[in-house]
Design a binder for this molecule. Structure first.
Ligand SMILES: [Mn+2]
Length: 397
């Protein structure tokens, strides 16, 4: 018995066209490899798409890949992640399932005593259970109440969440793996980093994203990956498979002067062979003179283009400016999500009440955009049903 486990494909996530393409190619390679390896089935542990309503182009290409898997006779079992989840329960994963290209294995029942009973999907004598991810780690509370309805010779539990072992000391919501119901293989997603642990008869696996999703992940992981699991003559083993596509050139430069930084960076790049590589420029240091605005990034971009780079990304978030010079046009050192979370936290403290707990979900729901070609009524319906769900209103005018 052999199966493949992937997660966090985030199809449609990159803004840069060439990285978007690479993200998809990496997914294609994974699918190709799964077919070559003649796996018995494929597990996708959430965040297949970067949003619940991916762009048409991405859908078109994704469906073509799922068709290949389908024609090869390989079933795909999946759950929604924190990105392709929607409170209304309507996502493109449903469309994929209706087309017969996958089976969403989330199946549960809330019981009167507050416990959540999961029901398996059976693949021969293998039981596959699944519980979806939620925005902002909201699935963690639920997972503490979850139990599996039946015992099977081999049990797989698909979840999109954070287990404590993987984050170490980082203060972040997580669940202890001992709190999860007993299974043989925990097919996990959400943490964008390959991770594998074995304890007696259980494997805990994060396969890592099928392609890195941002500057830092490109720097840390270089490539995408997925996991293969095999049992042969009673012996089980797992293997992380890397998908190398383009070489990464990570260049860290310390600058002190915004006015001369452009030349310094270009001189540094001039020494390197950057051809067909993904170039990651990380700037750090404290500016004693000039501003980050004085760095001519367009000049730098023109230069690396001449060196035929595949893609060029920069990160200036580690540059410090002396405090006296601090002005509002400086760059943000904190990401938007963190700022929002902090402001919401402060607001909730000043305004205690039941409503505030809905705010993070409401903000996410209200940030959805009308799709191109989507009729306004349908968009409104989609929006309202999300809101109704969050606020648990059965009637809304
Ligand atoms: Mn993810």
């Amino acid at each position: 018995m052999k199966f493949a486990h992937l997660a966090d494909c985030h199809l449609g996530s990159w803004r840069q066209e060439e990285l978007q393409r690479l993200n998809f190619q990496s997914f294609q390679k994974v699918i190709e490899r799964c077919i070559q390896e003649r796996v018995e089935f494929i597990l996708i542990s959430g965040d297949l798409f970067d949003s619940a309503y991916p762009p048409i182009e991405i859908l078109k290409d994704s469906f073509a890949e799922f068709k290949k898997v389908h024609d090869a006779g390989i079933p795909v079992y999946l759950i929604a992640g924190s990105h392709d989840f929607s409170a209304s329960g309507k996502t493109f994963l449903d469309v994929l399932e209706k087309a017969g290209f996958c089976k969403n294995v989330e199946d549960w029942e809330a019981e009167e005593d507050g416990r959540i009973k999961l029901k398996p999907h059976l693949h021969k004598d293998i039981a596959i259970y699944g519980y979806p991810g939620r925005k902002s780690g909201m699935e963690i509370e639920d997972l503490r109440k979850v139990y599996l309805s039946e015992m099977h010779p081999f049990t797989i539990f698909m979840i999109h969440t954070t287990i404590k072992d993987v984050i170490g000391t980082i203060p972040m919501d997580s669940i202890e793996k001992q709190k999860l119901p007993l299974a043989n293989y925990y097919a996990m997603g959400h943490i964008h980093q390959p991770f594998e642990a074995r304890e007696s008869n259980s494997y805990y696996v994060y396969p890592g994203p099928t392609f890195p999703n941002n500057f830092q992940e490109l720097a840390d992981l270089n490539y995408g990956s997925f996991q293969l699991f095999e049992i042969q003559n009673g012996i089980s083993r797992t293997q992380s498979i890397k998908i190398p596509l383009k070489e990464i050139a990570y260049v860290e430069i310390e600058i002190e002067d915004g006015l001369t930084a452009t030349q310094k960076i270009i001189a540094e790049f001039d020494k390197l062979n950057l051809r067909d590589k993904i170039v990651l420029l990380k700037l750090k240091g404290t500016l004693k003179q000039g501003k980050t605005g004085d760095i001519h990034f367009n000049e730098i971009e023109d230069f690396v283009k001449k060196k035929e780079v595949y893609s060029f990304l920069k990160n200036i978030s580690s540059i410090k400016i002396p405090e006296s010079d601090f002005s509002t046009d400086s760059f943000p050192t904190e990401n938007v999500e963190n700022i929002e979370r902090r402001i919401l936290g402060e607001y909730s403290q000043k305004n205690p009440g039941d409503f505030t707990k809905h705010l993070p979900q409401l903000m996410t729901a209200l940030s959805i955009e009308k799709n191109e070609d989507e009729r306004s009524v349908i968009f409104e319906d989609r929006l309202l049903s999300e809101l109704k769900n969050i606020l648990k209103l059965s009637e809304i005018i």
